[in-house]
Design a protein around this ligand. Structure first.
Ligand code: FMN
Length: 178
């Protein structure tokens, strides 16, 4: 079985998450086709048997090229086992209202595209303070303060729960096979 792991990433954390999922798929004995949705030209060459899509939230929404991809591909997505990994910071917030908001981020994507993922996993992303420009660093530090996340801008901070992601992937692969 070939499983498409399609992603978009602005700061790199969702790419890392998608790479991790692809490695886990291969570990489970299946083939992973890892693609950045911004360069999907080749993916039409093979017909994947299942798909896991991954996208980060930036300023309350998923990147436009990802939304375009989902809108374009929703019919074949619906025809195979499929899942969505939503990457955000709110999902690890100390504030319950922010966590609740994160749980609903996929709703707008589903309403806009008509895609109803077979399963949704919420993964916490990262704060890459050392890579942000001055304005982004200031903005993200304020977000971190609100959330009870580390505000030490001299370091990057990764919040992804890799074990939970592995459990989700293993479960998806085993359901897709049955
Ligand atoms: C400019 C910017 C805006 C962000 N806005 C949100 C947001 O509105 N809600 C949220 O939960 N996370 C937000 N995040 C956190 C990202 O989802 C998190 O950093 C994630 O790891 C980014 O994934 P990427 O590295 O694949 O782009 C934002 C991050 C950046 C840099």
């Amino acid at each position: 079985m070939t499983i498409l792991v399609a992603y978009t990433s602005i700061e790199g954390q969702t790419r890392k998450i998608a790479e991790h999922i692809a490695a886990q798929v291969e570990k489970a004995g299946e083939r992973a086709a890892l693609f950045n949705v911004a360069s999907m030209a080749e993916y039409a060459l093979e017909r994947p048997d299942a798909a896991i899509l991954c996208a980060p939230i930036h300023a309350g929404r998923y990147p436009a090229p990802f939304v375009d991809f989902v809108e374009r591909e929703k019919d074949w997505l619906a025809s195979v086992p499929n899942a969505f990994v939503s990457v955000s910071l709110f999902i690890r917030s100390d504030d319950a209202a922010e966590r609740e908001e994160a749980l609903h981020f996929p709703d707008a994507l589903m309403a806009q595209s008509g895609w109803m993922p077979g399963a949704v996993h919420h993964a916490a992303g990262a704060l890459r303070f050392t890579e942000y420009d001055f304005f982004k660093r200031w903005m993200m530090k304020r977000m971190a303060e609100r959330e009870g996340a580390p505000t030490d801008v001299g370091h990057d901070h990764e919040f992804t729960d890799w074990a939970a992601l592995d459990a989700f992937t293993v479960d998806f692969v085993s359901n897709a096979k049955s």
